[in-house]
Design a protein around this ligand. Structure first.
Ligand code: GDP
Ligand code: MG
Length: 174
């Protein structure tokens, strides 16, 4: 079985762990534990073939320390998460993306999906859907809003990045 390695990155408290645990274990993590970094595995079927997703849920990599995170280099693709109720986390997206490209020593050809999490908290929204769509379009990157709480689009983001990685790493299956 072939491996697809996904790193989940973004600012603190945006829901990286909650999205990962919801995807892997189908439960919502209500408690915030900012320091835990962990890796998870889940087998998935894409177009009738089974793949093993290795998911790295990162922690404490906000902005500047991310540069030195050598294990991030092992990610084949990245879920770049912000929170729709935290404008600062959205502002960091271009910087984090640049750092991923730097770490991977690429100019653009790294699988990335941009994700606006906490879509269930519509009343507290600080990031408009349209500005996030515009940003994703400028990076030619897929974009989803999600809720780790309600499970809205959770499978979609992991399958989207998994397919992008598969297409790049194993083009014979795409
Ligand atoms: P991380 O630092 O990015 O790993 O953030 P966590 O996954 O630990 O989430 C931070 C806090 O936000 C926790 O209290 C979560 O329960 C909460 N949270 C995460 N995702 C959602 C979501 O989609 N909706 C709501 N309402 N809360 C969320
Ligand atoms: Mg976390």
């Amino acid at each position: 079985m072939s491996d697809l390695k996904i790193a989940v990155v973004g600012g603190g408290g945006v829901g990286k762990s909650a999205l990962t645990v919801q995807f892997v274990h189908s439960k919502f993590l209500a408690d915030y534990e900012p320091t835990i970094e962990d890796s998870f595995r889940r087998q998935v079927k894409i177009d009738e073939k089974v793949w093993m997703l290795h998911i790295l849920d990162t922690a404490g990599q906000e902005e500047f320390s991310i540069v030195n995170d050598t294990h991030l280099r092992k990610g084949d693709g990245f879920l770049l998460i912000y929170s729709i109720i935290d404008f600062a986390s959205f502002s960091e997206i271009p910087k984090i993306r640049s750092k991923i490209l730097m770490i991977k020593e690429e100019t653009s050809n790294v699988p990335i999906v941009i994700v606006g999490n906490k879509s269930d908290l519509e009343k507290q929204r600080k990031v408009h859907l349209s500005e996030a769509q515009d940003l994703a379009k400028s990076f030619q990157t897929p974009f989803f809003e999600t809720s780790a709480k309600t499970r809205y689009n959770v499978d979609e983001i992991f399958f989207s990045i998994a397919r992008m990685i598969r297409n790049q790493k194993f083009p014979e299956f795409s």
